[in-house]
Design a protein around this ligand. Structure first.
Ligand code: FE
Length: 356
């Protein structure tokens, strides 16, 4: 409300300062100019769990192209969701941008998003990378895949996520904590494929294959392989990319699992998304929709994919050359909405299976 009043005050000041010519306008033209001014003074506010380094080039490109002034706030997903809830109708935010379908789904469940009917988004983004209720949309893909020690594992020994539950990996597997949404989503997608009972058996076996307690992040998990604590792990490929960029001779390699998977296995690499939704109480819903649609353009897609060594959701964008060097892969085709719907089930299952 204050913001609106402030804009009106600014608008009046503009008309005073712009002098006689404006003052002599008919009320109709004045109304038209006022509308135009209001539109120009309107901006776009984004709450983002993606860091400033990644989001800034996107926002600068958007501002340059459209003249829309974009403001943003960055924080972790959970505090941002809580902030939007607490602000309620008064939130200044128009868009929540975050990672993982599990987080986007949580925001959707909390009633934070509005449905966005956009033929542009529906055409550009594959159906499995956006919410079935049109409340959130994925803008980049992140692959959660297998990484292995080049000293101790021959890639012929690797095949699927499910195979890591096999006893020949006993004492050789490292995992990140089950508290991380990335693993909750992966297990949710396994439940979607196999059902609860079989997935619980798989997760129990994965836990019994662990070389050591789960790690707090993907980088530490890979460092454990380098330190000789374990031979294989499951990580997001961009964390591997960061390590490989620092040390091209890293004793680790990525493996794309489930590429010729049987009917009872995931149908390809588990990919998740980073994405966004327009908030229920957005003050600038038109700008927000325009920004969301702009995010599927090749400029935004390239910035997003290259900025964090992820993959675009739209085919025309370029990958980072290092990412391209890892080769292509088939990804699991199940809808990521299931990562949300089955999240609570996945959390309970991992708890029962002793995955900490
Ligand atoms: Fe991450």
């Amino acid at each position: 409300m204050f913001h609106k009043q402030f804009s009106i005050a600014l608008l009046s000041l503009f008309f005073v300062l712009s002098g006689c010519e404006k003052a002599q306008n008919t009320s109709e033209t004045q109304k038209a100019s006022e509308t135009q001014m209001t539109e120009k003074s309107q901006d776009l506010v984004i709450y983002s769990s993606r860091n400033e380094q990644l989001i800034l080039p996107l926002i600068e490109a958007y501002q340059k192209e459209t003249g829309t002034k974009v403001r943003f706030v960055t924080d972790k997903p959970e505090p941002l969701i809580e902030k939007i809830k607490a602000e309620g109708e008064l939130t200044p935010a128009d868009i929540l941008m975050t990672v993982d379908a599990g987080n986007l789904w949580r925001a959707s469940q909390a009633g934070l998003f509005q449905t966005l009917n956009s033929p542009v988004l529906e055409k550009a983004i594959p159906a499995n990378f956006r919410a079935t209720n049109n409340e959130w949309f994925g803008f980049s893909q992140r692959a959660r895949t297998i990484v292995y020690s080049t000293d101790r594992v021959s890639p012929e020994k690797l095949s699927t996520y499910e195979d890591l539950a096999n006893s020949n990996w006993k004492g050789k597997l490292c995992l990140r904590t089950s508290k991380k949404v990335y693993n909750q989503s992966l297990v949710a997608m396994l439940i979607a494929k196999h059902g609860v009972e079989k997935t619980e058996g798989l997760v129990k076996s994965l836990v019994s294959n662990l070389a050591t307690d789960p790690f707090s992040n993907d980088t530490k998990t890979m460092e454990a392989i380098l330190a000789g604590q374990c031979d294989v792990a499951i990580v997001n490929s961009y964390y591997f990319g960061r390590m490989q960029k620092k040390d091209p001779d890293l004793g680790l390699k990525l493996f794309w699992p489930n590429q010729s998977a049987q009917a009872d296995e995931l149908s390809g690499v588990h990919v998740n998304v980073s994405g966004a939704g327009v908030l229920q109480h957005a003050k600038n819903p038109e700008n927000a929709k325009h920004f969301m649609e702009w995010m599927t353009g090749s400029q935004a897609q390239t910035i997003l994919a290259k900025g964090n060594m992820e993959y675009p959701v739209v085919g025309s964008a370029e990958n980072d050359p290092l990412v391209a060097s890892w080769g292509g892969f088939t990804s699991d085709s199940q809808s990521l909405t299931k990562a949300g719907e089955l999240q609570a089930e996945a959390v309970k299952l991992m708890d029962r299976a002793g995955y900490r």
